[in-house]
Design a protein around this ligand. Structure first.
Ligand code: ADP
Ligand code: ADP
Length: 229
């Protein structure tokens, strides 16, 4: 499962200003669609609509053919995982931050998720450092390390649908490359929407959509888009 579709979606935050103007997208199960485009094009709005922070004003969004408005909030949260651009952590342990909201998770599952996000390779190799407090008076995590905590959170949740909302945009290019490697693994068997502002970070996407003023301006593989421009 996990097929996603936007069908002629119309949406504006204010009634007199449309942000998405009849947007249609389809992501087959397990595939990756990248959405790129200039700032203000409506990319993050796509993520907010998928999570139902807002509802569409026209058209519809479906998961496995079911209208999003007919999916319960708890089912939606179980099906969709988001790695945002900036991850805000609690002043608590890395383990707590990974497991937050998943009270049923065991320590072993949390450690597995931490390994999947390769946290141990990057955070100084003290034993059980994920039990150490992070934040102002504890361990200071870099932007990339924080993103790894967000990735571990997603791995623990194991959602069939993944949204990477500018997940590496705030990182320096070397850290970005490292995190992209990990995200490649994480997105492999999931239906994924990657929101990015640079084409160079979405080379491996099955399909890329260039969004402009809430519409698909161009669509194709990385190679096809390079050949056109
Ligand atoms: P992108 O992610 O492509 O940079 P966004 O989807 O964040 O673009 O925003 C698209 C447009 O919607 C922008 O013009 C932005 O100013 C506007 N916008 C975003 N969030 C809100 C909001 N909560 N209320 C009103 N306008 C918003
Ligand atoms: P879980 O069910 O795994 O606990 P949540 O529903 O709590 O997942 O969502 C994970 C986090 O991502 C929450 O803190 C939520 O506010 C945040 N989030 C959800 N959508 C977005 C988004 N579009 N951009 C940034 N953060 C988001």
């Amino acid at each position: 499962g996990g097929e996603l579709a936007f069908e002629n979606v119309i949406f504006g935050y204010d009634p007199d200003r449309q942000i998405l103007n009849g947007l249609s997208l389809r992501v087959p199960p397990g595939k990756t669609l990248a959405v790129v485009g200039p700032s203000g094009a409506g990319k993050s709005t796509i993520a907010r609509l998928l999570y139902r922070f807002y509802d569409v004003t026209g058209g519809r969004i479906t998961i496995d053919g079911q209208d999003l408005r007919d999916v319960t909030q708890s089912s939606l949260r179980a099906q969709i995982g988001i790695v945002p651009q900036d991850t805000v952590l609690f002043n608590d342990s890395i383990g707590y931050n990974i497991g937050y909201g998943r009270e049923g998770a065991s320590q072993a599952e949390i450690e597995d998720a931490a390994r999947g996000a390769q946290i141990h390779n990057f955070i100084a190799a003290q034993p059980k450092q994920y039990e150490t407090q992070v934040g102002e008076r504890g361990l200071k995590l870099s932007g990339g390390e924080k993103q790894r905590v967000a990735i571990a959170r997603t791995l623990l949740k194991n959602p069939p649908i993944l949204i990477l909302d500018e997940a590496t945009s705030a990182l320096d290019s070397r850290t970005e490359a490292e995190i992209l490697d990990t995200l490649d693994e994480v997105s492999k068997a999931r239906t994924t929407i990657v929101i990015a502002h640079r084409l160079s970070t979405v080379v491996d996407a099955d399909e890329i959509v260039v969004l402009d003023a809430g519409r698909v301006a161009e669509q194709g593989t990385h190679a096809e888009l390079l050949a056109k421009n």
